[in-house]
Design a protein around this ligand. Structure first.
Ligand code: TXA
Ligand code: MG
Length: 544
């Protein structure tokens, strides 16, 4: 299907007359590329079958792949659907205008062309002010899929939009770069249970506050098997694919770097944490711990790979937590589901603030057959600090902290914590030998055949041990809960316990850097923790 070459008008969202022009083109049945907060869309009058057919032709999109209908007033929704259930209104109240699309049974107003022949219609109220202005100027709801040619990465800059749609649309409206960078979260309320069909910036946890029984469609993370019916037809087509062959690597930053340096691909899609020592051109998506940044950078990076002519690309598989699920979902499709695990085993970081219940989770891991290396215990082993470390500690904290080569640990700690910057000095000296011992222990366990080994480290990130971990699990609890627990456990006064908590990182510091989070309540039962740990172990391939 090739669309006839069109004369494409270039418009800017900074000019009111251009918004009006876009509106009148759309009202007359034309096609206009418009900015939204997620990605650029290719818009047409959603209620006009002929206009909508133009979208399919311009994109080269299969006719059975339905379009999202965009509105700019809540009152535009009811006429498009058979019924507006309370759940739908609650979603709108919580997330609209914004990057959420809601699917419901359609009304007779929606032509089959718009719904791809389905009895349902997907509706979204975008937050982008120019998108809203164009919808209002057109005076009708607008069908707008992402404005890429079918199969290609979605456009997140005006340059991408021109690349794919100049000559195919009647006008393109420049609105600068798209903020979110991945397409909206799509939720269906048309089935028995609410179902997430496509992850986006609105996360599963956010949605479950409104829809506690939300299920995640299996196609979000898996390739549909032959004969399986796609809930969302968009899931069955190859998607987001750059021309390069992308393979995803499921590994820690250190393992990723080793693998890349061995394989020497044309380019890597990686994180800031991977950059040190990486011997291949890097298209960095931001920090491993910043899924919003990854989402924002992803499609620009895929476009750039094409422009630079990369053939073989290795990408670092991101965390699925929060917005990360959307990034993983797009990357898996860009990679045609090719994922390698180069080392065949994983180190799991186990961390969190003191008093949250980390040790109990450690015991449960041991019970499930996962060995746990306790970093605090390693640091107390007599042989962990060699003569050079002892000498460095004496130089920093006084000759008398050791005698005859034997370190007085209490005195060392007291001196370190009394001096300004002393804690950091102490860590700079002691972390390297502790890490060397932990790594050696882990290697022994892997060599003995363990595929998953956990390392319990309260200062996992400060020590840089997170770069050796393929996954990180944080156990956390609210400060009042932790306070009570450490007072009881360590026999501390409230003041001493508060001081101990104050010396630690905030809860979010750990949570924001984790793949999995177990939030421990005030009444901590082992059963609760085991129930929370179960799905995590399952995802890590551990069957108890
Ligand atoms: O952020 C976005 O949603 C962007 C901007 C432009 O708003 N639009 C977008 O549209 O991503 P599109 O067409 O590229 O993706 C729509 C997805 C497809 O996977 C499609 O199959 C699914 O939503 N979809 C649309 N209507 C559906 C329906 N009635 N039932 C199931 N899936 C539907
Ligand atoms: Mg699309």
């Amino acid at each position: 299907m090739t669309a006839p070459e069109k004369q494409t008008l270039i418009l800017s969202d900074t000019r009111p007359e251009d918004i009006a022009r876009a509106g009148s083109i759309l009202a007359a049945g034309g096609l206009v590329g418009i900015p939204t907060e997620t990605v650029y869309g290719l818009a047409a009058n959603a209620l006009d079958a002929q206009a909508v057919l133009g979208i399919f032709a311009a994109k080269g999109r299969p006719a059975d792949n339905p379009l999202i209908v965009h509105i700019a007033e809540l009152s535009q929704w009811a006429p498009l659907v058979a019924d507006l259930p309370p759940q739908a209104l609650a979603l709108a109240e919580a997330f609209w205008p914004g990057p959420l699309t809601v699917i419901l049974p359609k009304s007779a107003l929606i032509p089959d062309e718009t719904s791809g022949g389905l009895p349902t219609v997907a509706v979204r109220f975008p937050a982008h002010s120019a998108a809203q202005a164009v919808i209002r100027a057109a005076g009708v709801p607008l069908a707008a899929p992402s404005a890429n040619r079918s199969g290609r990465p979605s456009p997140t800059t005006f340059a991408h939009l021109r690349e794919d749609m100049e000559g195919r649309a009647d006008a393109l409206l420049d609105g600068g770069d798209c903020g979110v960078g991945v397409e909206s979260t799509v939720v269906s309320l048309a089935g028995e249970r609410p179902r997430l069909l496509r992850p986006g910036e609105i996360t599963v946890n956010q949605l479950r506050e409104i829809l506690p029984d939300l299920e995640v469609d299996p196609a979000v993370l898996r390739q549909l098997e032959a004969g399986m019916k796609a809930q969302s037809p968009g899931m069955k087509y190859q998607h987001y694919a750059p021309r390069a062959e992308v393979t995803l690597v499921d590994a820690s930053p250190e393992e990723f770097v080793s693998y890349v340096n061995l394989k020497r691909p044309d380019a890597t899609l990686c994180f800031t944490e991977d950059l040190a020592g990486l011997q291949a051109p890097a298209y960095c998506l931001g920090s491993r711990y910043d899924a919003e940044a990854q989402a924002h950078a992803l499609f620009t990076a895929l476009h750039q790979l094409d422009l630079d002519g990369a053939q073989k690309v290795l990408g670092h598989l991101p965390s699925r937590r929060g917005v990360g699920l959307a990034v993983v979902n797009r990357l898996l499709r860009a990679a045609a589901f090719r994922v390698v695990e180069p080392v065949g085993h994983r180190l799991l970081g186990l961390t969190g603030p003191t008093g949250a219940g980390k040790s109990t989770v450690g015991l449960l891991l041991e019970r499930a057959g996962v060995p746990v290396i306790d970093c605090d215990a390693v640091s107390r082993e007599p042989e962990v600090y060699g003569p050079e470390t002892v000498a460095a500690l004496q130089a920093a904290f006084g000759e008398d902290v050791a005698s005859g080569g034997v370190l007085d640990r209490r005195l060392t700690a007291r001196r370190a914590f009394a001096a300004p910057g002393g804690k950091e000095t102490l860590q700079a000296i002691t972390f390297p030998p502790i890490l060397a011992a932990v790594r050696a222990r882990a290697e022994e366990l892997f060599a003995a055949g363990h595929r998953l080994v956990a390392v319990d480290a309260p200062t996992l990130f400060e020590a840089g041990l997170d770069n050796a971990c393929a996954r990180i699990l944080t156990v956390t609890a609210r400060p009042e809960v932790r306070l009570g627990r450490i007072m009881a456990r360590d026999g501390l006064t409230e003041e001493a316990a508060r001081q101990r908590l104050g010396a630690q990182q905030e809860e979010e510091y750990y949570v924001n850097r984790s793949d999995y989070v177990i939030e421990n309540g005030p009444v901590q039962t082992e059963e609760d923790l085991a129930a929370a740990l179960g799905p995590i172990l399952e995802e890590l391939g551990v069957t108890p």
